[in-house]
Structures are given as C-alpha cells and as structure tokens.
Design a binder for this molecule. Sequence first.
Ligand SMILES: [Zn+2]
Ligand SMILES: [Zn+2]
Length: 164
Amino acid sequence: MTQPDTSFTADGILSLLRSKGMRVTRSRRGILKALFNATSPLSLVELQKQAEIEGGVLPDYATVFRMMILLDGMDIVHKVNLKRSCSYYELSDPSRHYDHLVCVECGKVILLDMPCPVAETEKQLAQQYGFTGLKHSLEFFGRCAECSAPPASAPETASGPAIV
Ligand SMILES: [Zn+2]
Ligand SMILES: [Zn+2]
C-alpha cells in the first residue's frame, strides 16, 4: 500500500479529496492550483479567472462556488474579511497563522509576518469564559505606505512651521 500524500500542497489536497471518494476533475485541479499560486485572498470570480484549465477554458462559476464551500468545510481554505461585498478566500495551512493588514485605498492585503498579536488574549479569553478551540480572524485596515505618500506631482507647499 502506498502512503497517502498528506502534505499541504495541491497534490496532497487532491489525494485527500480522492480518499474521501471525490472526483478530481480538471476544474478542481485548476482551482487548487490557482489557490496555491495566489499571493493574496481571491474572490470567486478571481479564482474562476485564475483557475484556467488547458486550452484557455475556465471552470464554471458554480463549480468554483461548490468547490470553495467544500474546501471551507474541510478547513483547507478560510474566508478573509476585506470589508467588500463578496467573499474572499485563501488557503488555510495548519502550520501557518493568518492575520492581515489591508489597505482600504488600493486593496493590497499583507499577511502579517510576526507572531499573532492576540495569542495571549485568546488564551485569557478561553480561561475566563471557559471556551475551547478558540479561533479568530484578525484584519487591520488602513492606508499602505504607497497610498499614504503624497502624490509625486503635487506642488510643494510652503515649508517650515507657520507661526502666527
Ligand atoms: Zn494601498
Ligand atoms: Zn492571529
């Protein structure tokens, strides 16, 4: 018997789906590939566009929708709150942690590269309220460095402190 691939890779997840009796179609393969290639959370429409299968064919929207419901239910992906009208998804690798910094101006989403800032709070909450299996989603919203910088073409305004 060959060992099943249990790695958090497109192949690992495909073999997990197969082990649960699900068919691995070209569309499903394409959607997973798009998720693994993504550098930020994707909406269903973006996923559909990026899940191009051979010959420029796109999986249909309903297939993408059902696949994401399925993967969400298996904790392979999660939704990210970007304060936009549609849902955005990203992979949920159990060995990683996902907190985000979101630019409200250009829409850039940065995955925080630091220990979770609320890990201690989560432990305290569990203790104080007797909750188990706590999870959280944490998004900070603001303007990124580029969007905060004044436009390069802006005329120079009077410099120096204006003391009246
Ligand atoms: Zn920005
Ligand atoms: Zn966190």
